[in-house]
Design a protein around this ligand. Structure first.
Ligand SMILES: Cc1cc2nc3c(=O)[nH]c(=O)nc-3n(C[C@H](O)[C@H](O)[C@H](O)COP(=O)(O)O)c2cc1C
Length: 304
């Protein structure tokens, strides 16, 4: 029997648990010729901020063992251009679309969400309180439970659409941060964003990235992501969405066994644009081979 791959985030049903992670799939149309995006459960857009952001100075990407380090810095066209130029195509998508929202102050987050609420046409929001590559906001919000709870509550007042808070692994206790998001009214948490890292070129005796440090992603961070999801899933009742280093179905299954209800593929898309599709097919085949009917049945298998 074919397994039922549907999962629920707040009041929204996703056709399957596999999503495309923010910042690694643009606004969906960039990969149109290579991937049938609508087979994916959810698309998470590149971060959207109030004003346009050119991002940080180059070099802003460097390859690392089993991963990459980036300091893109939330480059995006800003809310106005997003609504005028990106939203129409996103509205036409059959997969769920979550807008990844970033800001330097609480007001900026609120304004982005309010503007999109008035424009309509997206399924929900993923709140990025965890970007290590911006000077203000980002990590400052993501490491303080009180700020997370306040920001989430303020956003909750402004939308009934699903609200996902994206957590950083750069904290001591991710469980308490997840709890703060839940207390503020989040429908789900996603984890993890990138880990702070640095690469130094010895021949020049200087960091390779112009910003100095950046965010580490890819298979190198997968064990950190799985551990964070495991902890978060035991701290909250809302769904946890797992990501970090997923390139094969087996990687996604680690997250689902750890208690995640859904997953996202990020850096894996850079290596193979169809990565998320093969992850999805692999999960379905794994479930079918074991006679599992639902995604929830996977987590029930974990023996820890
Ligand atoms: C180039 C690049 C840009 C990213 N931009 C964003 C972003 O705008 N907002 C966000 O929440 N996460 C962003 N991320 C983080 C990813 O969504 C993801 O959390 C992280 O890369 C870990 O997953 P992965 O190992 O599968 O890539 C970015 C990651 C990369 C590599």
């Amino acid at each position: 029997m074919k397994p039922d791959l549907r999962v629920r985030i707040g009041g929204l049903e996703l056709a399957n648990p596999v999503g495309l992670a923010s910042g690694t799939f643009g606004y969906g149309s960039e990969y149109e010729d290579l991937v049938d995006v609508d087979r994916i459960g959810a698309l998470y857009t590149k971060a959207v901020t109030i004003s346009p952001r050119p991002g940080n100075r180059p070099p802003r990407i460097v390859e690392t063992p089993s991963g990459m380090l980036n300091s893109i810095g939330l480059a995006n066209p800003g809310i106005e251009a997003f609504i005028a130029e990106k939203l129409p195509a996103l509205r036409a998508r059959r997969c769920a679309v979550f807008v990844n929202v970033a800001g330097s102050t609480e007001e900026e987050y609120l304004e982005v969400v309010e503007r999109i609420e008035s424009a309509g046409g997206v399924d929900g929001y993923e709140i990025n309180v965890s970007c290590p590559n911006v000077r203000h906001g980002g990590l400052a919000f993501g490491t303080d439970p009180a700020q997370i709870e306040r920001l989430t509550r303020a956003l909750r007042d402004r939308t009934r659409r699903p609200l996902i808070v994206k957590l950083t692994p750069n904290v001591t206790d991710i469980g308490s941060i997840a709890k703060a998001a839940e207390a503020g009214g989040a429908d789900a948490v996603s984890c993890i964003n990138t880990l702070v890292g640095m690469v130094i070129d010895p021949s020049k005796a200087r960091p390779v990235l112009a910003m100095g440090s950046g965010g580490l992603s890819g298979p190198a961070i997968r064990p950190v992501g799985v551990a964070c999801c495991y902890k978060a899933a035991r701290a909250v009742r809302i769904p946890v969405i797992g990501l970090g280093g997923i390139v094969r179905a087996e990687d996604a299954l680690q997250y689902l066994l750890a208690g995640a209800k859904a997953v996202q593929v990020g850096t894996g898309t850079f290596v193979d644009p169809r990565c998320a599709i093969s992850v999805l097919e692999g999960i379905a085949a794994w479930m079918e081979a074991r006679g599992l009917a639902r995604i929830d049945d996977i987590a029930a298998l974990l023996r820890d």
